[in-house]
Design a binder for this molecule. Structure first.
Ligand code: SAH
Length: 249
């Protein structure tokens, strides 16, 4: 069943109805060609989801009646914030899509010394809108219970200021050859983690030193060099696996 997200304020649980506004209207009526009586799965962006039936379609809104509330735990317990050294655009889009599927909570675009794709202020808004759209589509496809937050672009210094919010912070570093993610998170009780991943050219040594000085542990992802888009996906997956947070037994 196709999934859409609506803001809580558009859900009325006393009359068991909800409304879809904006760009999704076109998607539902023109692309999916949904008609009255057809069903959609609607999520409130905060882990509640409902099976609904379309009872009115027009250009301004789609009205649905709620048939059933669904109880499925979609979100991991762990909040993962990925600090992604900004790579070139197409890679960034891939990363946003994949990290959304895997279940991260926030993706932070990090400006690093070796980031090739520099954002210019004029185009930044448009680019971020497109990135948000990619996250939204991936959230629908992967049936997330929440839509990951996109933050950025932030400087290295700003990132260092924000890491205190995380219970633990790690940086994936290809020259680290002793500590694995498994080791870095062994025995610690964490609800949130920050994961730093460098851009195509990696972090420079001063950046790694600066991170380590701020208690960010360097970790290895193995004895091979992964591309940046592989590294953030692998690191997030390993963390969820090691904390037994992927669901199932
Ligand atoms: N500096 C390297 C490769 C950078 S790979 C070069 O140009 O040869 C891009 C990013 O992926 C790195 O900054 C790091 O965060 C992550 N990464 C890739 N392979 C890794 C590994 N084996 N262990 C830990 N991190 C890795």
């Amino acid at each position: 069943m196709d999934r859409f997200f609506v803001d809580k304020e558009n859900i009325d649980l006393t009359s068991n109805t909800l409304f879809i506004y904006g760009e999704d209207i076109k998607h539902i009526s023109k692309v999916l060609r949904c008609k009255l009586g057809e069903k959609l799965e609607i999520c409130d962006k905060d882990n509640s989801e409902y099976i609904c039936e379309i009872i009115d379609i027009n250009k301004e809104f789609i009205k649905l009646s709620i048939l059933e509330k669904v109880y499925i735990k979609r979100e991991p317990n762990l909040k993962i914030r990925v600090y992604q050294g900004v790579p070139k655009n197409s890679k960034m889009e891939y990363i946003l899509q994949k990290l959304t599927e895997v279940g991260v909570n926030e993706i932070i675009l990090l400006d690093t010394k070796r980031s090739v794709s520099k954002f210019d202020e004029k185009k930044e808004g448009k680019k971020l809108d497109r990135f948000e759209r990619i996250i939204y589509e991936a959230s629908k496809q992967s049936k997330r219970g929440q839509i990951p937050k996109l933050t950025g672009v932030i400087s290295f210094k700003e990132a260092l200021n924000s890491i205190k919010e995380n219970d633990l912070n790690i940086v994936c570093y290809e020259n680290e050859n002793t500590t694995s993610i498994k080791n870095a998170i062994k025995g610690v009780n964490i609800n949130s983690i920050g994961i730093f991943v460098g851009p195509e050219g990696g972090f420079c040594e001063e950046e790694i030193k600066e991170l380590e000085k701020n208690d960010v542990k360097s970790v290895s992802l193995g004895n091979r060099i992964l591309r940046t888009e592989t590294a953030s996906l692998v690191a997030s997956s390993i963390v969820l696996y090691e904390l037994d947070d992927l669901g199932g037994n």
